[in-house]
Design a protein around this ligand. Structure first.
Ligand SMILES: Cc1ncc(COP(=O)(O)O)c(C=O)c1O
Length: 345
């Protein structure tokens, strides 16, 4: 059964949304089991969760906003900085390829998206982004590591862009930073126009609970806070947050699985003659050619991957989540069998 607006690939291994294929910390499940009736019957209190989050990221609690997934944070940033100001000719800058909520949020607030194509092999177009800045630029969406390429933006380039656009808010989306690269967070005290976006959906394995974090100085964060609905995070997710952030062993253990999985996927691509791009995140972008039959053949083997062909910049490519090594092994077997049957037909 297909329900409009709710795509579901059906049973099988979900390697299409970059979720944590190993689940979440057992401490998270224990914390959820300890939820009391009053945690459910009352509106949640955010104080302890904000304090724990601020401590974890080493920032002032006034710089932290919890959102219903980082998706909500992205939309609310656009609402707070564009819709709320009623500036009618606002522009956002979106380097390509980009995560869909950036253009979608831009459209939702009636702004124009200025799309900046990448260089060869998806090289980040720093100079072109700086050249695209105008007095109309209200927001710049930067994503490091990039979804779907897995490429990082050097910290110095992030700093240069933030300095070049003092009249705009620069949202640095670090949804996958736990898997590779260096966070921009230590730079925030020098950058009043930057918001850093984080999520507990990926490395921490809480995609089903919906917790995103937007961090920034008051000039950048307060307009977002002003439009974010009260009680946007539910009480069960709040109970899980402290447990997720507090399990210091969970993250490095999973990041090691992801690193090994990436290496195995690279090796498989080399063996199979498929072009791929080395990734700092928990997925790998692979060029397979005609994607639709390829994705369907993998799905028939119960391996669900993301078809990236809709975006001309990543035409002919699929994106495969690199999670637990065991799951990557199953994906590689399926890849080998699909490429093998293509070659013999
Ligand atoms: C680049 C990027 N940013 C943000 C998100 C949103 O994460 P969530 O809303 O689950 O916190 C995702 C999820 O796929 C993503 O890929």
């Amino acid at each position: 059964m297909v329900i409009q607006g709710y795509p579901d690939p059906g049973p099988g291994l979900r390697l299409h949304l970059n979720e944590n294929t190993g689940g979440c910390s057992p401490r998270v499940l224990e914390a959820i089991r300890r939820v009391r009736p009053s945690d459910v019957s009352t509106y949640p209190s955010y104080r302890d969760a904000i304090a724990a989050t601020a401590r974890h990221f080493g920032v002032n609690p006034d710089w932290v906003l919890l959102t219903n997934g980082l998706d909500e944070g992205i939309l609310m940033a656009a609402v707070g900085h564009i819709a709320r100001t009623r500036i009618h000719d606002a522009e956002t800058i979106i380097p390509l390829p980009a995560f869909d909520p950036y253009p979608n949020s831009t459209a939702a607030v009636g702004a124009a998206a200025i799309r900046v194509p990448p260089g060869r092999d998806f090289a980040f177009p720093t100079e072109a982004v700086i050249d695209a800045i105008t007095p109309r630029t209200r927001m710049i969406f930067l994503n490091t590591p990039n979804n779907p390429t897995g490429q990082l933006i050097p910290i110095e380039d992030l700093r240069r862009i933030a300095r070049a656009a003092p009249g705009a808010v620069v949202l640095i989306d670090e949804a996958y930073i736990e898997f590779g690269g260096t966070s921009f967070l230590p730079e925030l005290p020098a950058c009043p126009n930057v918001l850093v976006g984080r999520t507990l959906s990926k490395a921490y394995g809480l995609a089903g609970l919906r917790v995103g974090i937007v961090i920034g100085q008051p000039p950048a964060l307060d307009p977002v806070r002003a439009v974010t609905l009260p009680f946007n995070i539910n009480g069960v997710a709040l109970a899980a947050l402290d447990a997720a952030l507090g399990d210091a062993e969970f993250l490095p253990r999973y990041a090691a699985q992801v690193q090994e999985s990436r290496e195995r996927l690279y090796a498989a691509c080399r063996r199979l003659g498929l072009e791929f791009w080395p990734s700092a995140a928990n997925y790998v972008l692979v060029r397979v050619g005609d994607t639709a039959p390829f994705v369907a053949a993998l799905a028939a083997r119960r391996i669900h991957v993301r078809d990236r062909s809709k975006d001309p910049i990543t035409a002919g490519c699929i994106r495969i989540t690199a999670g637990m090594v065991e799951h990557t092994g199953a994906a590689i077997e399926a890849l080998e069998s699909v490429v093998g049957s293509e070659q013999s037909s």
